[in-house]
Every structure is written in C-alpha cells, then in structure tokens.
Unconditional design. Structure first.
Length: 156
C-alpha cells in the first residue's frame, strides 16, 4: 500500500535517502544536504512534475518525475521516470512490487499526457530489475548511463 507524501514525511525521507544501504543501490550514490533535500521535497509533494509516495508502513518510497521528450526542437510529449527503494527490513515481502504497480497506475491516472514510464536501473541491482519486470516493465537496452539498463512500461 502507498500514500502520497506530505511535508510531515520530509525528515524521514531525508534520513532514508542518505542511508548507506539505500545509497549503495541508487544511481547517484551520493549524500544530499538537508537544504538540497528540502528544496527537492517541496517540489516533489506539489505534484506538478513529481509524485512521491510513501510505502506503508514507512517502508520506503516510490517516485515518478514527469519529463519532456524532445528530439532536437521537436516536441514529442511526456514520459515519467520511476524510482523506488524499499528499506532493507521490508525487502522480500512483496512491498516493492505491489507499491510499484500502484504508483504506475496512479501516475498514469494523474498525468493523462504521460504515455510511458521509464526506469534507469544499475545493472548490478538485480532485485530492482526483477521487480520492474514483474510490474510489466520491459528491458529496452542499456541506457546512455554507464552500467545501467533502461526499462519501459507503456500506458495500457
């Protein structure tokens, strides 16, 4: 089960974000400052171009960022970039899969102009690759980012 994040969740999500186990599997693998997090979090909960959910019961987050798709100067619409983490003590319980399915459904419902969701996953994060595959994401190819794979899910 997921719920939309609120300002009350900001400090908890900040602690999770800088948790060494979470950072180990993340794309950036770098800590963020509280100032960076506060700025990002305020935009995330606004819901215009970011959606952030808390996996219940305080087990992690799922996020979708709405981004523009362009080829040179030609407008091609929007897509969503999905990110998820489940805290170690909640892994292996199916929370990642059920939360990801719910978040994808809610993101498509929230943004009717988003036609696909993408996930850029570290190639050594086999648990995450398997979770996204179980939720209907297809491995497209290795992405432009070194040692990552791109997985895509289209609007049904």
């Amino acid at each position: 089960m997921i719920r939309l994040a609120t300002m009350d969740d900001m400090e908890m999500v900040f602690r999770w974000r800088n948790n060494s186990e979470v950072m180990e599997q993340s794309t950036s693998q770098q800590k963020v400052t509280i100032e960076e997090h506060e700025n990002w979090f305020e935009h995330a909960i606004a819901g215009d171009f970011k959606l952030l959910w808390i996996i219940e019961p305080d087990a992690g987050t799922v996020r979708v960022d709405k981004e523009a798709r362009k080829a040179s100067d030609m407008w091609l619409g929007y897509f969503g970039v999905v990110s998820i983490y489940v805290l170690k003590e909640f892994q292996g319980q199916g929370k990642g899969t059920t939360s990801l399915i719910s978040a994808c459904r809610e993101a498509f419902a929230h943004w009717d102009d988003v036609m696909e969701l993408r996930a850029n996953i570290r190639e050594d994060n086999l648990r995450s690759i398997a979770t996204f595959a179980a939720c209907g994401f297809i491995r497209v190819h290795d992405s432009g980012q070194a040692r990552h794979v791109l997985m895509v899910k289209h609007r049904e």
